[in-house]
Design a protein around this ligand. Sequence first.
Ligand code: ATP
Ligand code: MG
Length: 473
Amino acid sequence: MKEKTTIALSHPVFGIVSEAAKDLHVETYVVGGYVRDQLLNRDCKDIDFVCVGSGIDLAHKVAEKINPALTVNYFKNFGTAQFKWNDLDLEFVGARKESYQRDSRKPIVEDGTLEDDQNRRDFTINALAVSLNNDSFGELIDPFKGLEDLSNKIIRTPLNPDITFSDDPLRMMRAIRFATQLDFTILPETFEAIKRNKERIKIISQERITDELNKIILAKKPSAGFILLEESGLLEIIFPEFQKLKGVENYEGKGHKDNFYHTLQVLDNITKTTNDLWLRWAAVLHDIAKPPTKKFVPGEGWTFHGHEVLGSKWVPKIFGRMKLPMGTEMKFVRKMVYLHLRPIALTKEEISDSALRRLLFEAGDDIESLLMLCEADITSKNREKVRRYLMKFETVREKLKEVEEKDRIRNFQPPVTGELIMQTFGIGPSREIGIIKEGIKEAILEGKIRNDYDEAFKMMVELGEKLGLKKKQ
Ligand code: ATP
Ligand code: MG
């Protein structure tokens, strides 16, 4: 006889579900992610329950016991029900058996046993179930040695991986995502099957692919995921621009950085300082247009002139295709890509206040994010070089602070308005107003006048007179 493993289910919800299941005479289990995360000591707020019977009825019974005022959301077509209780998200489903057809990831679903239900799960570590039944409460049901794979840190499909991945190709992305999040290894046999089935990813909706990609980017070491995506051949299909960063060209004995690994280093670096998905996306995309701008210039070596401009133009295109949000998030990433060379350029020259003011003006409130991206962008095998750069960068940071305190450029508002210009010269809306405003802004950024009302007013009168306007008395 196999030794029985029991899992401590200390949260009161498990006792309540167990009672409700007993009332309804249905076998019930906790399955999937919650069990896995419990065994890994990871925090998990989503709990999935499977019962051999109606998940919808069970959900209602449980909710009634907790608080009859709770609203249960249920989907008759799928036989699933869900509700929230405090910070927990509880999901209930009847055990099912699934069979797939070739051209769709929508399976034919029938009622089934717990075993059927475990068979349809994606990985051994996700197929663990814990009994909530009275006679075996807390017992682990582990038909595929998921526990062993958990302790060996292995991702493996419970059944033939070629069938598992072909049935639902999203599982290929999930395998890589779990390997990245959990720092696990995908079993070579399983990984080979991903390589063989990579083309099948094309039947998956972009939203779901992007969801998984975002989870990879949000992991502690996203580079691991991108390397697996590349090795499996999936990267070329889902993100060809990123694939093209890979490789080094040599000319007259001179190579350049491999931009694939450089970008991954930048991404891993920024991961240490921010959890913000969009700043991490900026790291992913900062050098994305290096391949088409690459040129060998004698005397200069390899150059990538204009890659920040072209890259920023690609951002909306890539966001659109990836179904990422096209509002403030996309604009933020586009701006980061566009400006990512500017702070670094400032470390190379005598820093003028006007250059600092211009950068503050363009970056606005995103200046701190931009500086974080630039610091992450300092990668070199030479530790000393990195240290020196980071020190120079500290100087840029301090100078920016000084200039900002003096001139308040970050959230630049013109000290004189269009209204005031019209009033002063007794004119209506016209192009002169734009010219005057632009002239004042330039003078402030160049440091010819300070960012205040009196100096701006004086300048407005001068500029107006040069344009042939007369100040009203
Ligand atoms: P996370 O919540 O961190 O994404 P999870 O393992 O809980 O991880 P969910 O997407 O919440 O993942 O799914 C819950 C469970 O449902 C999984 O543990 C797995 O057993 C099963 N599952 C989810 N998606 C699939 C799939 N595409 N194929 C097979 N089983 C799946
Ligand atoms: Mg989950």
